[in-house]
Write a new protein. Structure first.
Length: 401
């Protein structure tokens, strides 16, 4: 539900009572992953999505039933949920299962052929639970790192219990079970928060892996990833716009103050007039950062890429012709970079879309960044055999799913 932090922070500030449906598990192909949420307030207003439209109507009804019930609805794990996810709501959490019905493609289900489980929770108008969620929404809305851990399956008295782990190490709330259970959940939440991931972990009700199995959904909210664009050129202006659309915190850097101005890049979060390599050496980057070098000038490119290709970032791309690329590689080898480091360079930058205009070029670069971040091939989906919604992190997720 943290993907709706801005809207739900406003709802809590206004004192609204509402219910939230959150995707807790996905099997096969599904439009959205764990953590995707849809919320409905007592007046019927709806925000968010859990499936891109496939089962929104049924999920809306579950939220509405939860808000209108007397609190006697089934708890998570009861047998009231059918294959289509129909069932009564309630103040206690409800787990709804949605899947594709081969006999009736128009029945409630996922036409993409996948399956998902959705947890429906009623958020009261007051009380400790609301205060905890309000804190989570505020932290997420203000781009401060936070992980919300909730029990989605296990002993009935634990289901729906939540705790918060902040990026500063602080912990709020708790599951109300053994101290070892909270300690294990906090450790798992911190691990997912460190990587900015959302997923489920299975632990034991007595802590670690001891006791009855407990499934915990950990939703991580971290500051937006960085996109740093080097070179204050026309292509950069369009790439800034594309980067903001994709949710990046965008910085433009150029050594020429006359070109590196906020007036030329009004949509950028930051415009820096500084030598690119000097700026990159002092600024903060992480494993989600994308670096785009659009200067195609060796005196800027080589010192900059000498630093960029040694950093553990998500993407490094450089603009230029194929001849420029070969010359650049030779200069970088002379600077001491090895073949493994050079292999990280996306150059010429972007996917082959036949782009000509700055807008089209920005689109091709943005598409390559998405493919690099998500493990996409960059080839047309038509005629392909890869899962459309493949998760590149799934094979290395450890206990998270």
């Amino acid at each position: 539900m943290l993907d709706l932090a801005a809207e739900l922070a406003a709802w809590t500030a206004e004192g609204r009572e509402f219910a939230v449906a959150t995707v807790v598990a996905v099997r096969g192909s599904a439009p959205r992953g764990p953590g995707a949420a849809l919320a409905v307030d007592s007046g019927g207003t709806v925000v968010g999505s859990v499936s891109g439209g496939c089962v929104e109507g049924a999920v809306y009804e579950l939220c509405a039933e939860a808000l209108g019930s007397d609190g006697e609805g089934p708890a998570l794990g009861d047998d009231a949920m059918g294959e289509s996810g129909s069932g009564r709501g309630g103040q206690r959490p409800v787990l709804a299962h949605f899947g594709y019905d081969d006999e009736d493609a128009f029945a409630v289900g996922l036409s993409c052929g996948g399956e998902l489980d959705v947890l429906v929770v009623r958020v009261p108008s007051a009380g400790p639970e609301r205060e905890l969620l309000c804190t989570a929404f505020e932290l997420a809305r203000s781009a401060r790192g936070v992980a919300l851990a909730r029990v989605v399956e296990g002993p009935a008295e634990l289901v729906g219990r939540a705790l918060l782990v902040g990026a500063d190490g602080s912990v709020r709330g708790g599951f109300g079970g053994p101290a070892a259970l909270d300690a294990t959940a906090v450790a798992e939440a911190r691990a997912l928060l460190d990587t900015g991931r959302t997923g489920t972990v299975r632990i034991g009700a007595e802590g670690s892996r001891c006791g009855q199995p407990v499934t915990v959904l950990v939703e991580s909210s971290v500051p937006p990833p960085r996109l740093v664009v080097f070179g204050a050129v026309d292509f950069a202006a369009e790439l800034v716009r594309a980067g903001k659309f994709l949710g990046f915190h965008v910085t433009v850097c150029d050594a020429r103050p006359v070109f590196a101005t906020p007036a030329r890049f009004p949509e950028a979060d930051e415009v820096v007039a500084e030598w690119p390599d000097t700026y990159l050496a002092r600024t903060e980057t992480d494993a989600r950062t994308a670096l785009c070098v659009l200067t195609h000038d060796a005196k800027f490119d080589v010192p900059l890429l000498d630093i960029a290709l040694r950093l553990p970032v998500a993407y490094v791309g450089a603009m230029g012709s194929r001849r420029t690329h070969l010359d650049r590689l030779a200069r970088l080898r002379a600077a001491g970079l090895g073949e493994d480091e050079l292999a990280k360079l996306h150059s010429p930058i972007g996917l082959d879309l036949g782009a000509r205009t700055p807008q089209e070029t920005a689109l091709s670069i943005a598409a390559e960044i998405v493919a690099a971040r998500r493990g996409g091939s960059g080839v047309p989906l038509t005629g392909g055999h890869r899962p459309i919604h493949a998760d590149p992190a799934a094979s290395s997720a450890g206990p998270a799913e």
